[in-house]
Design a protein around this ligand. Sequence first.
Ligand SMILES: O=C(O)Cc1cc(O)ccc1O
Ligand SMILES: [Fe+2]
Length: 451
Amino acid sequence: MADLQYMSGFCNEFASEDPRCPGALPEGQNNPQQCPYGLYAEQLSGTAFTAPRTENQRSWLYRIRPSVVHKPFEAEEPFEEGDRGRITHDWDSVKPNPNQLRWNPFDLPKSDAKVDFVQGMKTVCGAGDPKARNGIAIYIYTCNVPMGDKSFYTSDGDFLIVPQQGGLLITTEFGRMQVDPNEICVIQRGIRFSVHVDGPSRGYVMEVFNGHYELPNLGPIGANGLANPRDFETPCAWYEDRDVSGYTVISKYHGHLFAAKQDHSPFDVVAWHGNYAPYKYDLSKFMVINCVAFDHADPSIFTVLTCQSNRAGTAIADFVVFPPRWSVQEHTFRPPYYHRNCMSEFMGLIYGNYEAKEDGFQPGGGSLHSMMTPHGPDAECFEKASTADLKPHKIAEGTMAFMFESSLSMAVTGWANKTKVDPDYYKCWQPLKKHFNPNWKPALKDKAQKK
Ligand SMILES: O=C(O)Cc1cc(O)ccc1O
Ligand SMILES: [Fe+2]
């Protein structure tokens, strides 16, 4: 395992030099007539030049060759026959499907197939258009071989990657990071990266076509809590000076893949500074807040990262986790409530199970409860939790479920409509019994509880 170095903090103004080239960052200016070590200066803008200072994101990269040294991009051939559209933002070629959807674990590549991260990425659902810079896409990747002399970037948005099986050693222009299951990383628009895996690997990706992921406001929670800024880790500069004939750079542009050849590795950034840089985060560091009196708090208390729309408090995308925690509420139905939401909820499971559906929802699978589609605990969960002894319980131990929640109404792709869909999902709610009793009277115990 490579010795990887990180810098701590969320979206800081970082400055990093590969230790092999001390002084590679120009002093006091960005564009000296000649950069130290004969490097080229290149700016990578993550916001408009004129974005307010509090939102402005850009980095300066000092590299062996500028990124522009490549042959023209050409449309990538589909990986397999009939595979065209595995990455797509065409939401209109498939009939809408408002049903509750659950996917069994997505298949890992067969052992005799060689599939890398980019080849194994497929769009599950999404909405909007990267051309208009408004929308999101959710992908599943399954792969089993490193990308080798190939790198990838998306011109369309920022990637939030959630590995579920198999660690990812990700080389980026800013340095290298190891991202294992129960960790996540964000790689922003334009940043080239190459994923190394050691075996069968699977995970989830959410891409936002506008804005950037940020930490949620904490409001009355105060100055600390949830995902704390210092627990985010950004790689330190690392470069390779490697001439390679036929190195491939893949670009996702307007939802299509394009490949360009160049004769060197793009990971030739010797030093960089700025606040537009990839980062990773270990979900076990999330400082969980939960209800300690009564009632079920909305899952927004578990928000790790959010990408806001222009409407105050309404997210284009929230990344929410359901970590191990104590459940202590009194006279309360403790699991998630029954729900119809003006947001869309895609859920995934990294390991273990999920409180509201202990069976059927499996690690490496997924579920989608679309806008206003009813959902909630399955019948078994309802019966158990309605009569459970309400002592303090540690819940979700050894589990990590998560949710990508969006104010956009997402469409499901043709691939996802016919792959690993659990046709019986709806059945988990059918046994929910009628408990209505028009002659019901409050029990003495209930009155006492409410005092
Ligand atoms: O399981 C879900 O649907 C996600 C969810 C969890 C929760 O605690 C409350 C509401 C909600 O939608
Ligand atoms: Fe929900």
